[in-house]
Write a protein that binds this ligand. Structure first.
Ligand code: IPE
Ligand code: IPE
Ligand code: MG
Length: 242
């Protein structure tokens, strides 16, 4: 989709994936506890959802908690889970105002039962909305997602429903948590780290990457537009010649 932004006609990426990093450093700079940064980061996500929708982005997928983030202190993990409870409990109103469908990807089996209930309810209640498809990666790891998909496919082969030769890239994509989403066009990582940290490792195969030093709580619509302008300067060849 094309859209005029600040006087410039830009190609808007359909699916933007974000690694929201730098909350801890943002808090540290203010001599505050890490959870203060997570709270600020949660406010940023809400704002960016609205901005993304207004810019014409169709799918927004954010990394909220990785399968590796359990290594952090109990205090920090509890703080993040409580922010999440708050977000999930209040999200419906914003979702209906912004025509936003919410999904959660990742392994739910390790989450507290009340959080899983909140997720199920929010997903169900927002199913009818189709303005912005907002996906939260929670207890998500790309390797874990692939592992779960392989187990699922292996069960289907074992039961005779599938032959090994039936396994192709399409089937694998359709077995991942992201089965309802197109692959991301643009991946943004904040906080100056140049790595993927186990995010969407299958889906990002041909995605354009944008890295910025800005810490996640400071990320705003101007930063998002900068990333979109960068995306417009890229030549996506998908292995071919142009
Ligand atoms: C990202 O910010 C949020 C989560 C991983 C939950 P960090 O908490 O990783 O912030 P830094 O990288 O320590 O600054
Ligand atoms: C990636 O950030 C995970 C999330 C943003 C949720 P991390 O801060 O956990 O990644 P590393 O440890 O720097 O690779
Ligand atoms: Mg980090």
């Amino acid at each position: 989709m094309k859209k005029e932004i600040d006087g410039e006609e830009l190609n808007i990426p359909e699916h933007v994936a974000i690694i929201m990093d730098g909350n801890g450093r943002w808090a540290k700079k203010r001599l505050m506890p890490r959870n203060f940064g997570h709270k600020a980061g949660a406010n940023t996500v809400e704002q960016i959802c609205e901005d993304a929708y207004n810019l014409g982005i169709k799918y927004l997928t954010v990394y909220a908690f990785s399968t590796e983030n359990w290594k952090r202190s109990v205090e920090e993990v509890t703080g993040i889970m409580n922010l999440l409870r708050k977000y999930l409990s209040n999200a419906y109103e914003r979702a209906s105002a912004n025509n936003m469908r919410v999904r959660v990807i990742g392994d739910r089996s390790a989450l507290d039962a009340d959080i899983v209930e909140l997720i199920d309810k929010l997903e169900k209640d927002t199913e009818v909305f189709d303005g912005l498809h907002f996906t939260i990666a929670l207890n998500y790891g790309g390797r874990d997602e692939i592992k779960r998909a392989v187990q699922d496919i292996a069960e289907r082969v074992k039961s005779g429903e599938l032959e090994p030769a039936d396994i192709d890239e399409k089937l694998i994509s359709a077995t991942l948590d992201t089965k309802e989403l197109p692959d991301p066009d643009l991946m943004i990582r904040t906080s100056g780290e140049y790595r993927i940290s186990n995010y969407l490792i299958w889906q990002l195969a041909y995605t354009e990457y944008y890295f910025t030093d800005v810490l996640w709580p400071d990320f705003d619509i101007e930063e998002l537009k900068r990333a979109i302008r960068y995306y417009n300067g890229r030549d996506r060849r998908y292995g071919g010649v142009k």
